[in-house]
Write a protein that binds this ligand. Structure first.
Ligand SMILES: Cc1ncc(COP(=O)(O)O)c(C=O)c1O
Length: 418
């Protein structure tokens, strides 16, 4: 509901705010989201979104599978399902993960969730006590911070470079915490083609992270929605691949390799952890959408998924290339950016002294939008960064958008020099 309508309906009646819980009182809509709403209705080129391109949705396949399912499996597809999910789909996914990632099916159990976003909330419920230390990447996925925040952890943010989380700095921090008698509950990482930076944790760091988890006794939450979207370079096994003890909780999703509208993701973890997460999920929604799960089962088991991934890659690669080329061509000196091998995002760092949140209004006035980087940091202590998305708008617009953005940045750089 719009603010205006809400005000109209509220005037002279209840004091609605007083009924909210303390935690709900703290929930605030982001001011950037409000600004981005305006962008959607104007001719501003938005490099801000995080959406897959609708052109990649396998509509014909979905039509075909849906007709088939309604003929043969309507009883399962239209009925309530079990909380853990539709067993043939869970088995097909376990199989797929074993083939693709070398994660033995015997070592994991899979639970289906309403998008991996739901898994983040369930993880908060199941693992975080107020004051528990949760390590995140700096920057990290904004909606994971928001999901965890509800359970009142203490965030420790570890800086990133082109090879992902700086594991040597994590080790220093762990040592310091140990000296203070404190322990980390879990490390949250978007290990491959990270949101928001686009970078990938190197193989050495993955292995070292698992060793540290054993040494300092913490869990790892590996959130991996982008790992199949690789446009260059060699595939790298997930952290979960190196986990012999069950310390790694892996999150996968159909959002970027099928369609986010299904709201379907999965958790692959030790059965002991899955059991508790299942109980937590029961109270949330009983089960993830069974209709979607039966469709997703056919999509995976009949080989459509493996056929579809290369098509998505073919569609996105020119867009990634276009953005990198445009950045190279237009960005003024002193601006740096990541060069991702995959995923959906590029991270841009401007010279110190520029606040990208304050710059946003000027950018929108010049016809381009981005996401200011500040909100991706647990302590909101970095001001000169931004996230650009390259999957949603076509190449020509990417080119023009980056050109406009470079113009705005050039002016800002001049202004801080004067
Ligand atoms: C790192 C990360 N985790 C989780 C999600 C949520 O994905 P889903 O659509 O599976 O809920 C996203 C979506 O953008 C994401 O970037």
């Amino acid at each position: 509901m719009g603010e205006k309508l809400m005000r109209k309906l509220s005037s002279g009646s209840l004091d609605f705010e007083v009924y909210f819980s303390d935690k709900a009182q703290e929930m605030k809509a982001s001011e950037i989201r409000e600004l981005l709403k305006l962008v959607e209705t104007s001719d501003v080129i938005s490099l801000a979104g995080g959406l897959p391109a609708p052109e990649t949705f396998p509509v014909e396949t979905i039509k075909k599978i849906t007709a088939e399912i309604l003929n043969t499996h309507a009883d399962k597809a239209l009925q309530y399902g079990t909380t853990k999910g539709f067993t043939p789909l869970r088995l097909a996914l376990a199989d797929w993960m074993e083939k693709r990632y070398g994660i033995p099916t015997s070592k994991v159990e899979i639970m289906m969730v309403a998008g991996s976003q739901q898994a983040l909330d369930i993880i908060g419920r199941v693992f975080i006590n107020p004051g528990d230390i949760v390590v995140v990447e700096g920057p990290t996925y904004l909606a994971a911070l928001n999901a965890f925040k509800y359970y009142e952890p203490e965030f420790v943010s570890i800086p990133m470079d082109d090879n992902g989380m700086m594991i040597d700095l994590l080790e220093e921090k762990l040592e310091k915490l140990r000296a203070e008698g404190k322990k980390v509950k879990f490390v949250y990482t978007v290990s491959t083609f990270q949101n928001p930076m686009g970078v990938t944790m190197s193989l050495d760091r993955r292995k070292r992270l698992v060793e540290l988890a054993q040494e300092y006794d913490f869990l790892i939450v590996e959130d991996s929605p982008y790992s199949e979207l690789r446009y260059s370079g060699e595939p790298i096994p997930p952290i979960k691949h190196f986990d012999d003890e069950g310390r790694v909780i892996y999150l996968g999703t159909f959002s970027k390799i099928f369609a986010p509208g299904f709201r379907l993701g999965w958790v692959a973890a030790h059965p002991h952890f899955i059991r508790k997460m299942e109980i937590a999920k029961q109270a949330l929604d009983l089960c993830a959408n069974p209709f979607g799960q039966v469709i997703a089962w056919k999509y995976v088991a009949d080989g459509y998924l493996d056929e579809h991934i290369p098509r998505v890659i073919e569609f996105y690669k020119p867009r990634r290339d276009a953005m990198l080329e445009a950045l190279e061509e237009y960005m003024p000196e002193g601006v740096k950016w990541t060069k991702p091998d995959g995923g959906m995002f590029i991270w841009v760092t401007l010279p110190e002294g520029i606040d990208t949140k304050l710059m946003m209004e000027k950018a929108v006035a010049k016809g381009v939008a981005y996401v200011p980087g500040e909100a991706f940091f647990a302590h909101r202590d970095v001001k000169n960064t931004m996230r650009l998305n390259f999957t949603y708008v076509p190449e020509e617009k990417i080119h023009e958008g980056v050109k406009r953005l470079a113009g705005v940045i050039e002016e800002e750089i001049k202004a801080i020099k004067d």
